[in-house]
Design a protein around this ligand. Sequence first.
Ligand SMILES: Nc1ncnc2c1ncn2[C@@H]1O[C@H](COP(=O)(O)OP(=O)(O)O)[C@@H](O)[C@H]1O
Ligand SMILES: [Mg+2]
Length: 261
Amino acid sequence: MVQNNSILETKNLVLKFGGLTAVDNVSLTIEKSKITALIGPNGSGKTSLFTVLSGIYVPTSGKVYFEGKDITALPPHKIYELGIVRSFQFPQLFYKMTVYDNIVFAGRKQVGDNPLNAVLARNLQVKQEKLLREKALEILDLLDLGDHVTKFPGQLSGGQLKLLELGRSLMADPKLLLLDEPAAGVSPVLVKKIFDIISKFRVEKGMTVLVIEHRLQVVEEFADWIYVMHRGRIFLSGKPSQVLTNEQLLTVYSGGRVEND
Ligand SMILES: Nc1ncnc2c1ncn2[C@@H]1O[C@H](COP(=O)(O)OP(=O)(O)O)[C@@H](O)[C@H]1O
Ligand SMILES: [Mg+2]
């Protein structure tokens, strides 16, 4: 089934590490303002695919298009500037900065970054900083971190660190948020919270999400579309109701042979 209204497309994407093909001829479409889940057993190439989408690795062959533009060879910071933001499995935080500063510093497209703007548009900069601060406090509240703003990340629980990492990504106003196992090692209550927050941003800001997620229950509840990876390839795709009831899914996860092996 073909999706329309796409924000990101890959065409015959291949990523090789020496003799190992981590991503093998992947063509997929991510629909705008939807939550798409990427599932598949360990080692099936999910994180490798993310490294290509976020510009960490240039693919061996194939193309990535974002909003119709070829972004295949762009470096990570350019891809980030276009609005593709990757959140990490292990929080990448500034441990010597407060929780609040960690969030504020993650704001994307700060006018003051450009020296010319800083001189010519001082007022705009002040205004933008105010907006940034308001936005930071709003996000911290949403994450239930409002009472912890003056703490340092080292004083937070593991779950709170995950939320802080998510908050940093959301501060960047992603058009497309890439989440690699945001719920790994997290309590069911927190998993629901993380996905509720993502859903809120999807509905209110039209944010698109591509998420690697192991808990099929979560995927069933929150995903609009699922891609299943197996040995570097897209093995199955469709709506949760179609994919999660497909017998072949069980075969993939049990490590057995599947038809197009
Ligand atoms: N930087 C790398 N160098 C060499 N091999 C890698 C590298 N990253 C991943 N791989 C290999 O690529 C395959 C896919 O890994 P990965 O994308 O991490 O899978 P997943 O995220 O689905 O668990 C695995 O065989 C893994 O060992
Ligand atoms: Mg992985």
